[in-house]
Design a protein around this ligand. Structure first.
Ligand SMILES: O=C(O)CCC(=O)C(=O)O
Ligand SMILES: [Fe+2]
Length: 333
């Protein structure tokens, strides 16, 4: 008998699920370790998005988050190995990346969309009204599989949400001609430190000479999921694509090229409200998301008056056959 029950979909969305579990974080992690296939199959069944509630005990026992992460794949990122500034890494558990607005992390929230609400008074989700959509660390090859995100100190509901868009459903809903086009297309992804984002290129910043491990990386736009075999749109937008030579390989580059127009079309298709789930955080919520088939975006919160602290781990090692045998692009040779 499984100790877990998957309730699908997530409220207000067409995908995702709530994973009911035995009580608290200690019991849930122990049960997950006893049935190691249960959580990965629930994740696949829920199209790559799982919510586990009541995990607040992890905040006092951070290694529980790492134990739970190991169930989802072969390797859990040690953030000391990926050139992450150390102020963003948990002081005693280096597998935990801290997303927080208080020192020592001091990361500011994204700006509010302009205007802050849609014409019908809703939270904007669709690109380009909503900015910041991405899939984690797509600037590396092979890219990571899964992220786990724990609300240690969320802000009150109505701000500081995380948005998720279902790349599998969005791919399936593409018109046949566009589907055929993206099936062979590659995107060019790059980290923000390379100064090749759309904003950097538009402001005429001189691109930085790149170390080999910072170079833009090609990724399939229609990525085949190694577990489900389904294709999903795999893309980012202004901040995490290479706007100098990309955003797409073998298309006219730059912010006003044909590639830019296609990216605009694909990202606004992918982030339509029918493909999006908006998560309002409660302390102790843990969300597991599959970066291979979903994109996500953070939203604004009132950082002058509120503190928000979230912990993230990254699981990798099962990127799919297209990456077989590759060495890690982000580690210096
Ligand atoms: O702060 C959030 O809601 C999401 C941050 C994010 O994109 C991440 O940690 O990968
Ligand atoms: Fe992210």
């Amino acid at each position: 008998m499984s100790s877990f029950e998957l309730i699908r979909p997530l409220p207000g969305a067409a995908f995702g699920g709530v994973l009911r579990h035995p009580g608290n974080a200690h019991a849930a992690v122990t049960a997950a370790e006893e049935q190691p296939g249960a959580l990965p199959s629930a994740l696949a069944e829920a199209s790559g998005l799982l919510l586990m509630q009541g995990m607040e005990a992890m905040a006092d026992a951070p290694s529980l988050l790492v134990r739970l992460s190991r169930i989802f794949g072969p390797e859990v990122e040690d953030y000391r190995n990926v050139l992450t500034p150390l102020n963003m890494v948990h002081e005693s558990v280096p597998e935990i990346f801290m997303v927080a607005n208080k020192p020592p992390v001091s990361r500011a929230p994204p700006r509010q969309p302009e205007p802050p609400l849609t014409v019908d008074g809703k939270l904007p989700v669709r690109f380009p009204h909503r900015r910041g959509w991405h899939t984690d660390q797509s600037y590396r090859r092979p890219p990571p599989d899964i992220s786990l995100f724990l609300a240690v100190r969320p802000v009150p509901q109505g701000q500081g949400q995380t948005l998720f868009a279902d790349g599998t459903a969005a791919y399936e809903a593409l018109p046949p001609s566009l589907k055929a086009r993206v099936d062979t297309l590659e995107g060019l992804h790059v980290g923000s430190s390379a100064k090749r984002s759309r904003d950097a290129v538009l402001s005429g910043e001189t691109p930085k000479p790149l170390k080999p491990q910072q170079r833009p990386q090609r990724q399939p736009v229609a990525r085949v999921h190694p577990v489900t075999g389904k294709r999903a749109l795999y893309l980012c937008e202004y901040g995490q694509m290479d706007w100098l030579e990309g955003p797409f390989v073998d298309m006219e580059p730059g912010p006003s090229g044909d590639g830019a127009a296609l990216l605009q079309e694909l990202m606004s298709h992918l982030t339509q409200p029918q493909f999006v789930y908006v998560h309002e955080w409660t302390r102790g919520d843990l969300i597991v998301w599959d970066n291979r088939c979903l994109v996500h975006a953070a939203t604004w919160f009132d950082a002058a008056n509120l503190e928000r602290e979230m912990w993230r781990t990254t699981v990798f090692g099962n990127p799919g056959g297209a990456y077989a045998g590759e060495r890690k692009s982000w580690i210096a040779a």
